[in-house]
Design a binder for this molecule. Sequence first.
Ligand SMILES: C[S@@+](CC[C@H](N)C(=O)[O-])C[C@H]1O[C@@H](n2cnc3c(N)ncnc32)[C@H](O)[C@@H]1O
Length: 770
Amino acid sequence: MAVNLKDNQQAEILQVTIALSIVADIAIVLRLISRKLKGSYALDDILAVIGLVISWGCLGLGIYMVKIGVGKHTQLSSPKDQENFFKALMAYEIVYFATLSATKLSILTFYTRLFPTRSFKIAVKIMTAVVISWFIATTLVSIFSCKPVRAFWTHEPGSTCIVSEHFYIANAVPNIITDAIILALPIHMVWKLHTSKWERVALTFIFLLGSFVVVASIIRLSQLHQVASADFMWGFNNTVIWSSVEPSVAVISSCLPTMRPVAEFILPRQWLSRSRSYKGSSQLRSYTHGTAEFVPKSSQVDEIDRMDRMDAENRRLNSYWTADTYSSNAVPLNAVGKSRYNSTTKGPSADSQDIHVETNINVSASSIIDSYLKANGFADISFDIDTPFESKYPEEISALRTAVLDANTELSDLLLGPKEIFVEYQYNYFVCMRALYQYKIPNAFPVGQEATFAEIASKTNCGEVVVRRILRYAITNRIFKEVRKGVVAHTATSKALVEDEKFRDYVGMRCEEMWQAELNTIPAMLKWPDSQDPAETGFSLANNSSDTMYRIMGQDPARAQRFSNAMAFRLTGPSLQLKYLVEGGPWQSLPSGGTVIDIGGSHGHAMVAIAEKFPSLKFIVQDLPATIAARRPIPEKYNEYISFVEHDFFTPQPIKNADVYLFRWIFHNWADIHCIRILKNLVPALGPNSKVVVSEICLPEPNTMDARQERKLRAMDVAMMTLQNAQERDKDEWISLFKRADERFSFAGVTQPEGSDLAVIVFTWNETEN
Ligand SMILES: C[S@@+](CC[C@H](N)C(=O)[O-])C[C@H]1O[C@@H](n2cnc3c(N)ncnc32)[C@H](O)[C@@H]1O
């Protein structure tokens, strides 16, 4: 065939390779923004960035090759250029293998976060090993394909080289096969799930792009023989184009599934909502995938952030768009959310979605149990007496654990149905617990031994029949076990009732005090309608008193001690840990030597936790004289930073201009009128840089949180009603409360640390307002 030496394909090469590289760059940037919106980067993001950076090497070498004559006929190039071409070709091959390998590893790592089932993880591990081996093998063969190595570019006589076409086929075929397998790996998991039309379209698009990578590798393979042709500088045109198409498209398709947060930012919300039957899902979704950390002003976290964080246990698993929709561990929450709406509109759904939910709960549960066993060095998970009271779950599994618990709760609600859910509720649980507590049944025989009902009855002065009935009910709740008919032994829970005084006092407080208050709450409301007085509560009525809970209990040292122990037990719970306040508060932004005042700070434990991390600050704990007098000493090293002073927060704040006035678990004890009084007493002390930090529950918008967690927070709200005529508050109520106290308070944001019941709500003080 006649050759026209004027033919020139260089512009085409440059246009295609540069354009694709730019699109890949944009894809990575969008991915990183999406991940930032989610809160953190993961290994797959790092690998994707590494893949991109290496792909710039491909682009650079491609441009260099064009510069030395690729895309024009070989006759036009000098021998030096031809030699340089082969040098560049070797480098190009290695960089190309590295780009593809990094991108594949990114995709595989991403998969493991989506589908953390054991079998899937094994498949991914095998593929990871294959990809790494392929990279090492092809790189070595590229370098040593000629003997001596330089013969690859010198073609010197006497040298030997492997047949390049064979090598290209030998590296391209496994590459294509691994591409196809990696693409096919999640299909089984993905397609068994129900998704909306939009998501099916998006998913299909992602898979089409993925398939295009395979197609690109095949086309590239078909072009590779040109490198061995006489007019290789001309023939390499197609190879270089397809060699850049393949990694660029791989990078783009690997990023696409992670881009939902950016899409949500840009696209109308309804485009992304799940399905019609899932009414309200867009709201849930917007919270689920909201713009966490995409915070306009440093510490300001808006409502979407807050909800995003509240749903973080879910999202830590569902860190990606597809994870949310398609991952096995994410499914329970979303599928359950969907079912929740079905249940409110048409009763519980028992469609196949629920079956997926159950399947996925089981899959996830087995991962949790595996991790738990490994972390604790146990052979089995159980309520046996050797089980430690505080179950240790590895950090990375705690999100999955919460997801399964949430999903299980919803699933069982749905399966029970609208009426049975009421019947199923354990109304008599406190009868049983109170009997165990009152008669000290757990102490009737030693842990590790057995006892008959009759023996327990004689030790506890409780009738044998009652003992048997109470215990058989308790046993259904895993408190004690019946090892043989009529003979019981301890479980971990009954052992905790014997050995853990604070837990026992919490149980006592719950069934002796709070239960009574609950029973009397509606009568109290009828007696004192709309009361905000803490002395007109269910608790007051239950005690036949017109005094407050604190004063009633303060009159009886034993009750006061039990209350204090019960609170101490609750405060050590995982969702009330102080680390959340340390991580979620504005401490970092305070000036060195800045002052933090913990109002109603009790023993100063919150200040100790913050001082540990921020020793440059000064801390003052204020509380009532009795509390300050009875306080437990803090570790000596903190005496330098933390001081204690008496102060009643219903009187004017004596310390002016502090940087932070902290209220942790204070306002929820008081109805609005009292909180407003507390705040008004603070106002004269506030300076232009003062912040008021509130560490309290921030109730979610209804139906934006998993039912189990929302149930827990709303139960707390009702508990505050029964005990103090007080309440938990949502964001709007917090803002309204502060504004009613003084218009000059400015809401600066709310942060909901992952795993915490308490949010951190910040108000600043604007002296000039009004
Ligand atoms: C629920 S505890 C919270 C304690 C601590 N802030 C925490 O987060 O653990 C309420 C605290 O408010 C204190 N308190 C109650 N009334 C007070 C008052 N009028 N002035 C100052 N402190 C008060 C109590 O002594 C108690 O330490």
